[in-house]
Design a protein around this ligand. Structure first.
Ligand code: SF4
Length: 144
């Protein structure tokens, strides 16, 4: 039986990015051979539209580049991702690096200037706090 893997939907080619596009990874076929994939998009699942204004973490909040507080949507989508993992007994997640939801090592610094800092996206952090091993798309080889 294949192992289960929670994965950012945009990495699978779903057009869930804020811009309306995706972040399709080259090695999706290899992943699918090894894992049953469970797609999540915390921003869309939390009620945000696609396309949408980009958001960044600012302290405890998440705010769009238009100054709209989207913390509640981000928190809701993160909880939904965790529910999917717990309900299906999923132990590992592959998430899109640098996203304010899915980033596992880096996030943008909240100034919308393109500068990245060390940190985790809201969903990545919640998953990790609940015992899920989180990996970014930049370290996919650890899962293959
Ligand atoms: Fe991809 Fe995560 Fe952003 Fe959704 S929230 S588009 S899954 S990086």
């Amino acid at each position: 039986m294949k192992e289960k893997l929670l994965i950012s939907a945009c990495l699978c080619g779903k057009n869930t990015k804020y811009s309306g596009g995706n972040n399709l990874i080259e090695r999706l076929d290899e992943l699918q051979q090894k894992y049953d994939l469970y797609l999540i998009c915390p921003e869309v699942d939390g009620g945000l539209t696609t396309p949408r204004n980009p958001s960044e973490q600012l302290g405890e909040k998440v705010v769009s580049n238009k100054g709209v507080d989207v913390t509640n949507e981000f928190n809701l989508g993160s909880k939904i991702a965790l529910e999917v993992a717990l309900k299906n007994n999923i132990k590992k997640a592959l998430l899109k690096e640098s996203s304010p939801s899915c980033g596992t090592h880096k996030i943008y610094d909240g100034t919308f200037s393109g500068k990245k800092i060390q940190g985790m996206g809201v969903a990545a952090k919640l998953l990790k706090e609940n015992g899920i091993e989180v990996y970014s798309d930049e370290e996919i080889e650890k899962l293959l």
